[in-house]
Design a protein around this ligand. Structure first.
Ligand SMILES: [Zn+2]
Ligand SMILES: [Zn+2]
Length: 312
């Protein structure tokens, strides 16, 4: 057998490690002597039917492109004060690094500018991809548990698409699904009309016909039961209905309408109890066309005047 012949029995994407080289802990590519290194702890070895205790440390390389990716992760972690709430900056940087690894594993290009300048973009990256990235790295087959077919005499086979061929296809598919959701998060919000399948042309409570969101599922919540079943709720009313126990009744309608004219409840604080509004009906029962805003089918000025006078 020559050095270029793949060893029979290597999994896809894995080949013999050339002499004098060390595989990168993350992408598995063989690295020459002098490349920076990192250590991984082995706690046990999977021998098929059981795991044998085995505590030692393995040394891997950190190739230049993985080092760059992890430096970018550290930079993203320090850009956004919002990450401080998640705990230690170094843990956040590690999780972001794993998320960027997940992108690299499927050959995807990171949205670097978005991650550096937008906290929601960076947060979406971390939440959707970091756990998958931890699982995807080369060293995962050795640490913490050395897997049955894993050998330190192997490295990753080169891939034309830039992804890592050794990543199991089901994990790669999971990363691509998470990536699609993440790309959806990066899109700017756009107007989302009520779904064409809805029983009504607007939010059954407030009658708004279009809301701004990134995807239909963020914009509209289907009503599953009751007289309005098959209709949809805008995000604000979906939240109110949930908070009020799930039934679209007088309390929901009053709260929804009052929130539109009195969003900070300043007017309503004039009384220790909430107003009871006579004759308020759900938009779905009003017979009116869908509106450009919430409750645009009622006289909102009169409602605000009523709330401001506190005469309820
Ligand atoms: Zn690497
Ligand atoms: Zn609504």
């Amino acid at each position: 057998m020559t050095a270029t012949t793949p060893h029979v029995g290597h999994p896809i994407g894995v080949r013999d490690l050339p002499d004098g080289m060390t595989p990168c802990a993350t992408c598995g590519r063989p690295c020459p002597e002098g490349t920076p290194t990192t250590e991984r702890l082995v706690l046990g070895r999977d021998v098929g039917l059981r795991i044998v205790d085995e505590a030692h440390v393995l040394t891997f390389a950190v190739c230049p492109s993985c080092a760059d990716r992890h430096a970018l992760a550290a930079e993203i972690a320090t850009q956004h004060p919002g990450f401080l709430a998640l705990g230690s900056p170094s843990i956040t940087a590690d999780r972001l690094a794993a998320a960027l690894d997940a992108l690299a594993a499927v050959g995807a290009t990171p949205a670097t500018d978005a991650y550096l300048h937008s906290y929601p973009a960076a947060r979406s990256l971390l939440e959707r991809l970091s756990d998958l990235g931890v699982t995807a790295g080369w060293a995962r087959q050795f640490s913490p548990i050395w897997q049955p077919r894993a050998s330190m005499k192997t490295c990753a086979a080169p891939s034309q698409g830039g992804g890592w061929l050794f990543v199991p296809s089901d994990l790669a598919a999971e990363i691509r699904r998470a990536l699609a959701a993440h790309v959806g998060d990066l899109r700017p919000p756009t107007p989302q009309p009520v779904p064409a399948t809805s029983r009504y042309r607007g939010c059954v409570v407030c009658g708004v016909g279009t809301v701004t969101a990134r995807r239909v599922s963020e914009a509209w919540t289907e009503v599953r039961s009751g007289v309005y079943a098959g209709g949809h709720l805008c995000p604000a009313d979906a939240r109110i209905v949930t908070e009020e126990g799930g039934t679209i009744g007088a309390t929901v309608l009053e709260r929804s309408a009052c929130d539109v004219v009195d969003p900070d409840r300043l007017a309503r604080r004039r009384r220790p109890y909430d107003p009871q509004l006579q004759g308020l009906q759900a938009w779905a029962d009003s017979g009116m066309a869908p509106g450009p805003g919430r409750w645009s089918f009622v006289d909102l000025e009169a409602l605000l005047a009523l709330l401001s006078h506190g005469t309820w």
